[in-house]
Design a protein around this ligand. Structure first.
Ligand SMILES: O=C[C@H](O)COP(=O)(O)O
Length: 335
């Protein structure tokens, strides 16, 4: 056990351990087609850069436990399955409130930690809201005909309002991939702008479904259009595409966020989602955020993991860090 050094390490990251609503809203701006069309992506350079990020030790070993705690505070703990039940959602919410065993937290000098949010389908929003009451943990609802986004338009818009009225504080919408694939950026802009209006005070995360956008250049352009239309976060994937979050896509999206910030002064959040299930991968993503966007983005206000099983592996790594042993997966509530 390393309580003393970890107490130092835990505070070294400056982690905001408790969730708060995402702070400033993005008011959006008129669609700037010159800017959108100027966005390019040099695929081979991006892939080369992505290939090196996991090989460098950006997070020093002695601080890894602190970084893993920080990662937990940035997880949108997710269940998006056809067989979701109120019982499963209640268990997930209990886990969001207490993601790490108290004896492990004590050993690391931490009082309390929670996940960034709980993410569910609309039908599960009331259950999650009730289960998280008083915790400060927001409920995120996937909306607009998730995951394909091909329901009738008026129903997709109406679904947002329903989720907001049910208590969701964050809405993860899916974009119409066809607008990006056919270069109809005006249609994508109009769609996201209307969805943002329907969100009201709830924060909007726009899911690009990058695995279906055909090229990194389309990812760059779709990212910009969503931000211009008022997205508070841009998110990679639903978790249901055959290719979900990747490092090359993340580089492109983070650079679009940086570009938007440099030109407008507005910070947009980033949410990689789908297939991120290992603690080591989480550390790689955090290192990428630090290098591409800077420490200012290492907060739940501006960075989230969309993940259903990442917490399980992080918990196992933390247990190993404290006790020197790995416990069996089945011993964990979410195993
Ligand atoms: O938005 C979150 C994703 O659906 C979660 O994907 P995952 O189950 O691969 O972690």
């Amino acid at each position: 056990m390393q309580p003393t050094s970890e107490r130092t390490a835990a505070s070294a990251t400056g982690t905001a351990q408790l969730p708060q609503a995402i702070e400033a809203r993005n008011p959006g701006m008129p669609l700037d087609m010159d800017w959108v069309m100027s966005a390019q992506a040099n695929t081979s350079a991006i892939e080369r850069r992505a290939a090196t990020i996991g090989t460098r030790r950006s997070v020093k070993k002695e601080y890894q436990a602190a970084w893993l705690l920080k990662a937990i505070s940035m997880i949108d703990l997710t269940t998006l399955a056809g067989d979701d039940t109120p019982g499963r959602v209640r268990r997930l919410c209990a886990k969001a409130r207490h993601p790490v065993r108290q004896d492990l937290l004590d050993a690391m000098g931490m009082d309390r930690i929670t996940t960034g949010a709980v993410c569910v389908y609309h039908e599960m929003v009331p259950t999650a809201v009730e289960a998280l009451a008083g915790s400060g943990i927001p409920v995120a609802a996937v909306s607009t005909g998730f995951p394909a986004g091909l329901n009738p338009y008026h129903l997709r818009i109406a679904e947002i309002g329903e989720s907001v009225r049910a208590g969701a504080q964050e809405i993860d919408i899916v974009i119409s991939r066809r607008h990006a694939l056919t270069g109809n950026w005006q249609a994508l802009y109009d769609e996201v702008a209307e969805m943002r209006r329907e969100c009201g005070d709830a924060h909007i995360k726009t899911i690009l479904a990058t695995g279906e956008l055909g090229s990194l250049r389309n990812v760059a352009r779709a990212s910009l259009v969503c931000m211009m239309a008022g997205a508070d976060f841009i998110k990679t994937s639903t978790g249901k595409e055959s290719v979900n979050a990747t490092l090359p896509v993340s580089l492109v999206m983070m650079r679009a966020i940086r570009d938007y910030f440099e030109r407008t002064g507005i910070r947009i959040g980033y949410k990689p989602a789908g297939g991120i299930s290992k603690a080591k991968d989480a550390l790689t993503y955090l290192a990428l955020v630090k290098e591409e966007l800077g420490d200012g983005w290492l907060t739940p206000h501006l960075f989230r993991f969309g993940a259903s099983s990442l917490l399980l592996d992080i918990e196992r790594q933390l247990e190993h860090h404290v006790t020197g042993h790995y416990s069996a997966t089945y011993r964990h509530a979410m195993g």
